[in-house]
Write a protein that binds this ligand. Structure first.
Ligand code: NAD
Ligand code: UDP
Ligand code: UDP
Length: 331
């Protein structure tokens, strides 16, 4: 169906060429693994709006078809139920690799998508994570910092999985001349986030809406920097289209303690929401804040949505899903 782009583009990539600027305005065939998830579905919205043809590969482990239902009538979206741990043959120009089981199989999925990118000469973007910095000894974190990860800790499967994924991506780049991009994503929130994934923003928002106490782990003085999902998607697309491999930190430098976050949630949803302290998890990073100078300079990117502006947009989505779902279960 889209073969009119295929031959010349692929031979161009095979010849080691870069995406010419003019291509930006042409239709691309883009694979988004994990495209039915939180970030992936917002990315798919933007790609389809731009006119691309999008293939989503997702096993619906944490993602939901509902996140893409707005495109089900569009011939631009193809949704494939598939586990990226198994090889798959597709013909595409770009691969955004978001699928990420929080398990060692993460590495296998990345290897397969790199193999696919190599076979068809597609440009490959890895969504890595700020967790590669572990419990950082440098603050804020720059991309040149190598991190402080406990290799045998409770969190290390995710952290080391992503570190290995970065290693594989760079080896395919250096050894096989594959065009790659690496994003290190900092904590991101927004509509379509899983309501029960245990992350702090989704927990606090769901708790406040359900009139339950906000569970603050530890003393609540640990910090995170929260990025609104549309800012992230803009950064990912600029990275993919740009000329730089990275890695690039993509995050909002606004830094909050968990107690400050709880306050913002109280102000936004329910000033009377109570706070309940719980023991913290092992190896919890004490602080995290991106230095985004590199992305500013080389991608011309920086976040535009503050936590106080972004949170209400997420709250209306959560309200609808939580109370909608509960009504459905009751009925
Ligand atoms: P998500 O769980 O909503 O999305 C992941 C998607 O991948 C889901 O749709 C899931 O069903 C799918 N998936 C998981 N394992 C799969 C497999 N083996 N085969 C096929 N599909 C599979 O998570 P998200 O927040 O949208 O994260 C997207 C990416 O961004 C991930 O790689 C994640 O590590 C990275 N990231 C996210 C954040 C954040 O704050 N949201 C921070 C850092 C990095
Ligand atoms: N792969 C895939 N789709 C493709 C090409 C490769 O899933 O279109 C998988 C392949 O099965 C292998 C992995 O990607 O498990 C790495 O492929 P590569 O060709 O780089 O390595 P090799 O097969 O030579 O070890
Ligand atoms: N956290 C919390 N209450 C919760 C969930 C998490 O206080 O209900 C804390 C957690 O201990 C951590 C921070 O919030 O210090 C961010 O946790 P999250 O799992 O959202 O992200 P990550 O630790 O992966 O950055």
């Amino acid at each position: 169906q889209f073969s009119y782009l295929y031959d010349d583009q692929i031979s161009h990539f095979r010849a080691g060429g870069r995406v010419p600027l003019g291509l930006k305005n042409k239709r691309l065939r883009v694979l988004v693994t994990g495209g039915a998830g939180f970030v992936g579905s917002h990315l798919v919205d933007r790609l389809i709006a731009r006119g691309d043809s999008v293939i989503v590969v997702d096993n619906f482990f944490t993602g939901r078809k509902e996140n893409l239902v707005q495109h089900f009538t569009s011939h631009r979206l193809e949704l494939i139920r598939h586990d990226v741990v198994e090889p798959i043959l597709l013909e595409v120009d770009q691969i955004y690799h978001l699928a990420c089981p929080a398990s060692p199989t993460n590495v296998m999925g990345t290897l397969n998508m790199l193999g696919l990118a190599k076979r068809v000469g597609a440009r490959f973007l890895l969504t890595s994570t700020s967790e590669v910095y572990g419990d950082p000894l440098e603050h804020p974190q720059t991309e040149t910092y190598w991190g402080n990860v406990n290799p045998i800790g409770v969190r290390s499967c995710y952290d080391e999985g992503k570190r290995t994924a970065e290693t594989l991506t760079m080896d395919y780049h250096r050894g096989l001349n594959l065009e790659v991009r690496i994003a290190r994503i900092f904590n991101t929130y927004g509509p379509r986030m899983c309501t029960d994934d245990g992350r702090v923003v989704s927990n606090f928002v769901a708790q406040a809406l359900r009139k339950e106490p906000l569970t603050v782990y530890g003393d609540g003085k640990q910090t995170r920097s929260f990025q609104y999902v549309s800012d992230l998607v803009e950064g990912l697309m600029r990275l993919m289209e740009g000329e730089h491999v990275g890695p690039f930190n993509l995050g909002n430098p606004g830094e909050f303690t968990m107690l400050e976050l709880a306050k913002v949630v109280q102000d936004t949803i329910d000033p009377n929401a109570k706070i309940e302290f719980r023991p913290n998890t092992e190896d919890d990073p004490h602080k995290r804040k991106p230095d985004i100078s590199r992305a500013k300079e080389l991608l011309g990117w920086e976040p535009t949505v503050s936590l106080r502006d972004g949170l209400p947009r997420m709250v209306s989505d959560f309200r609808q899903r939580i109370f909608g779902d509960e009504k459905e279960t009751v009925g």
